[in-house]
Design a binder for this molecule. Structure first.
Ligand code: ARG
Ligand code: ZN
Ligand code: CA
Length: 256
């Protein structure tokens, strides 16, 4: 694919009716869309911080995101759905994805990327559904204080990178360490990301060698690691190819 693909997004702001600040401003939502459009086009200024050894691997995924301008009924829409709920917070059980459980029903997930923004319990920043799952729960959930770059977005997750990471999963990317708890036996099925032992947190110093991956070590600057937002700034060519394969396969409904 050489042309840029634009994915229509609907943001469901599911807010505790007793906490006015949870009904985040449009500006914060727009700041998230802008961050995604920088990150997925390799137009983020901090891409300059990628260690020299990986600069040639930096990829423009040629995917952009735009708040939907029409709703499922074909009528003009803002792409923002606001639901005041009696629930204070949610968890990974997908309760936020249905009006029947105090959340908001998805728009058709073959036409829209559904992004739910809410409070999440247990320090969870967000979670995603991989391609091929049930349409009724398809999409990405993001903690309200880790969403966008303005308003309630809070350091160190105020760079909009939680959504970048979760949408990576939504487009079939695995964590760069392969989720094998340090065993070095499983990787992310992407050839140009080094095999690495486990997640990295905070802001690691280069190089960080694990699994015999020296001299360059773990690619902790990748969006699919777990560092702070200020420490992640690239997808690789191999990851972009994997996301593109997803968009030509399971998620081909977005290609039209
Ligand atoms: N699902 C991950 C978590 O909840 C998301 C990590 C995103 N990392 C970030 N720097 N924004 O921990
Ligand atoms: Zn993840
Ligand atoms: Ca790899």
């Amino acid at each position: 694919r050489t042309e840029v693909l634009t994915i229509p997004v609907v943001v469901h702001v599911v807010h505790d009716r007793a906490v006015p600040a949870d009904d985040i401003a449009d500006e914060q939502i727009h700041s998230q869309i802008e961050a995604l459009n920088r990150d997925f086009r390799a137009a983020n200024p901090d891409v300059a911080k990628v260690p020299d050894v990986w600069k040639a691997l930096v990829a423009d995924a040629r995917v952009e995101f735009r708040l939907a301008t029409r709703g499922p009924d074909g009528e003009p829409a803002t792409g923002i759905v606001r639901v005041a709920t009696d629930r204070h917070d949610f968890t990974v059980d997908d309760g936020v994805k249905s009006g029947a459980t105090g959340g908001s029903d998805p728009w058709p997930s073959d036409e829209y990327l559904n992004l739910w923004v809410c409070r999440l319990r247990g320090g969870l920043l967000g979670y995603a559904q991989f391609p091929g799952g049930p349409p009724q729960t398809d999409g990405v959930v993001i903690l309200n204080t880790a969403f966008g770059t303005t308003g309630t977005a809070a350091h160190p997750f105020d760079g909009g990178r939680t959504a970048t990471h979760e949408i990576g999963h939504w487009l079939d990317l695995y964590h760069v360490w392969g989720d094998d708890d340090g065993a070095c036996t499983s990787d992310d099925k992407v050839a140009d990301t080094p095999n690495q032992a486990d997640a990295n947190y905070g802001l690691p110093a280069f190089p960080r060698v694990t699994c015999g991956n020296g001299p360059n070590g773990d690619m902790f600057v990748n969006y699919m690691d777990y560092t702070d937002d200020a420490g992640m700034f690239m997808f690789t060519r191999g990851q972009a190819a994997r996301m593109n394969a997803c968009l030509e396969g399971v998620r081909a409904s977005f290609l039209v």
